[in-house]
Write a protein that binds this ligand. Structure first.
Ligand code: PEP
Ligand code: MG
Length: 616
């Protein structure tokens, strides 16, 4: 049974951030990564609120060592977060830097051999308390002692006590990393500001309440960015220094296409924001007229445009956008924000809702892609290791986990097969690296189908096709061998770029190195596409590249005729396709594939797009 957790913020913010003495009234322009287009003008809602009281928790004596380890991990994470904040102080006004730097140093010191941590460890050992309860008790005891000190500087005492409480709060947040569930309190029309937002947090956002999202952390194609695009929430991530400079309740203008946040905007900035808002609305209305028109090039080549779906709440957006079905249903939503696993019946209900909403259009359901940044509580409960080593993205992720815990895959296959008669389904395997993995998954698939038939469940004679994501360099280079085991390919350019370039897709510090137009990524895509086309096997692109109209001519030139993207990107991509000639696209691709310099590739693509737009 699903157990509710108390509301608390895993979205991080700091007491320190709130204190940065940026003078009220002064306009400040911050730049970040443009991840989701749209404009928001509204009051800031930061996430620095107090954590609600945690339930006190004891542990059995046998767990003392594990609990101390959990505390050590939360300490390490907290140090890392504060270290990051410190390295980025440079973007803040000088006065803010001067106040903030010593404060961060004090926090980092408290995460060393401090009284707080020694005391918390003792409480775990002697009183058998859970780490968060031990930290909380110790911080309160220290704060009480400080406040009882005879000293005339009452303000100083209060400040020291609140510093101890603040560092305890950060530790507690990291120990109980549950999603931010108090979004009900966000005033309608507010801009949510946080140090960091996890994909699970983002899944809880209500696009009808929240005008925009901006965070210090995050990369261009991380899952948080994808989720925000999917929900159509204007967003800027990787906005260094933001949470230190933003104040709750103050006005801001956020431009998700320009990757800019203006805090405390002056009249001119507000005026520009209003204009941008109106022009975005006009553009949307204009694109809306394309909804019923086919995605066809000027020389008659039809391109399939499908939607990626993160959460069922997006279903109405798919028809509105004019997408033809779902090219990637990320089933992770079923496993997020809960601490148990969804059973077969719950999965059948979820897939039925999606398939029926598509009324005959095809739906590609990807089985669970757990791991890396998509950490999920439900799987932490003994199903899979919560800590997958120093490089979680290289660990037990996606299909690797499913083959190690085949019962997960069996339940998911069974649920999908049970809705197979209700629509046009395909099944997609994530994070494939070897042909043998696809073969092993297919054996499980066939076994599950036989078992269902024995139980009298009606299944189609031809089972839904089983495809492979091509999202690792290994899979791309072994695409000819994988093509013999899989029924179709879906190229995941997000992970393909990440793994090829060794650049974390969700990490702001290396965001400048993340480049799907790097020749290495393009060569892998070309190799995999040609392997599929030689066998006349369907191949599509479902990574974020597919939803970027500027990159679509190149994808078509490489031979791709099926694209799946966040629903809100469909109209712009369709508009681009309707002005393209396939011969021109093929010539562009040939020129691009001769290049070894990423910069030159960017130029060629930009020149092509300018010409295409000028000819519109
Ligand atoms: C990809 O990696 O490109 C992809 C579509 O999968 P995800 O973004 O869910 O990892
Ligand atoms: Mg992927």
């Amino acid at each position: 049974m699903k157990t509710e957790k108390p509301e608390r913020a895993a979205v991080r913010g700091t007491e320190a951030s709130r204190r940065a003495p940026v003078r009220r009234g002064r306009e400040q322009v911050l730049r970040g990564i443009a991840v989701s287009p749209g404009v928001a003008i509204g009051p800031i809602f930061d996430t620095t609120e107090e954590l609600p009281a945690l339930p006190r928790r004891s542990i059995p004596i046998s767990q003392v060592e594990a609990e101390k380890q959990r505390l050590a991990e939360a300490v390490a994470l907290s140090r890392k977060q504060l270290g990051k904040l410190k390295t980025r102080l440079g973007v803040l006004p000088e006065e803010a830097q001067e106040e903030l730097a010593p404060l961060l140093d004090a926090y980092i010191l408290m995460l060393g051999n401090s009284r707080l941590l020694r005391g918390a460890r003792k409480r775990i050992e002697n009183e058998h308390l859970a780490a968060e309860t031990a930290v909380d008790d110790e911080a309160e005891a220290i704060a009480a002692l400080i406040l009882a000190t005879r000293d005339d500087d009452k303000a100083g005492l209060n400040r020291r006590a609140s510093e101890v409480r603040e560092i305890a709060r950060r530790l507690t947040r990291n120990l109980t990393a549950t999603p931010f569930r108090s979004l009900g309190k966000v005033p309608v029309g507010a801009i949510l500001v946080a140090e960091e937002l996890t994909p699970a947090d983002a899944a809880l956002l209500d696009p009808t309440r929240i005008a925009g999202v901006a965070t210090d952390e995050g990369g261009p194609d991380g899952h948080t960015a994808i989720m925000l695009r999917a929900l159509g929430i204007p967003a800027v991530l990787g906005c260094t220094g933001l949470s230190g400079a933003a104040r709750r309740g103050e006005q801001a203008v956020l431009d998700g296409a320009a990757g800019q946040v203006v805090l405390r905007p002056g009249e001119r900035a507000l005026e520009r924001g209003r204009e941008a808002l109106a022009s975005f609305a006009r553009e949307r209305a204009r694109l809306g007229k394309l909804r019923r028109l086919p995605a066809i090039t000027t020389d008659g080549e039809l391109v399939e445009l499908q939607a990626n779906l993160e959460i069922p709440a997006e279903l109405p957006l798919i028809a509105q956008a004019g997408a033809q079905g779902i090219g990637l249903l990320r089933t992770e939503f079923l496993f997020m924000n809960r601490d148990d696993l969804p059973d077969e019946e719950a999965q059948v209900a979820a897939y039925t809702q999606v398939v029926e909403a598509m009324v005959g259009d095809s739906v590609t359901i990807r089985v669970l892609d757990w791991g890396g940044e998509k950490d999920m509580e439900a799987l932490g409960q003994g199903v899979a290791p919560t800590h997958t080593g120093p490089n979680p993205a290289l660990g037990l992720r996606g299909l690797r986990l499913l083959l190690k815990r085949p019962e997960l895959l069996e339940v998911q296959f069974a649920a999908i097969l049970r809705v197979a008669e209700k629509g046009k389904l395909r099944i997609l395997l994530p994070m494939v690296t070897n042909p043998s993995e696809v073969k092993a998954a297919r054996e499980i698939y066939d076994r599950v189908a036989r078992r269902l038939r024995r139980r009298g469940v009606a299944l189609p004679d031809l089972l839904p096709e089983l495809g492979a994501m091509i999202e690792t360099p290994g899979a791309a280079l072994a695409a000819d061998a994988i093509a013999l085991e899989a029924d179709f390919f879906s190229i995941g350019t997000n992970d393909l770029a990440m793994y090829t370039l060794a650049v974390d897709r969700g990490e702001v510090d290396v965001a400048h190195l993340y480049d799907p137009l790097h020749p290495a990524v393009l060569r892998l895509m070309q190799f995999a596409t040609e392997a599929a086309l030689r066998l006349r096997m369907p191949v599509s692109v479902c990574g974020e590249m597919a939803g970027n109209p500027r990159l679509v001519p190149l994808l078509l030139g490489l031979g791709i005729r099926s694209l799946s993207m966040n629903a809100s990107a469909v109209p712009r991509v369709k508009q681009m396709i309707r002005g393209l000639d396939i011969g021109d696209c093929a010539r562009l691709a040939r020129r691009v594939m001769e290049q070894s310099d990423p910069q030159r590739i960017h130029e060629l693509v930009a020149e092509f797009v300018s010409r295409a737009e000028a000819g519109r």
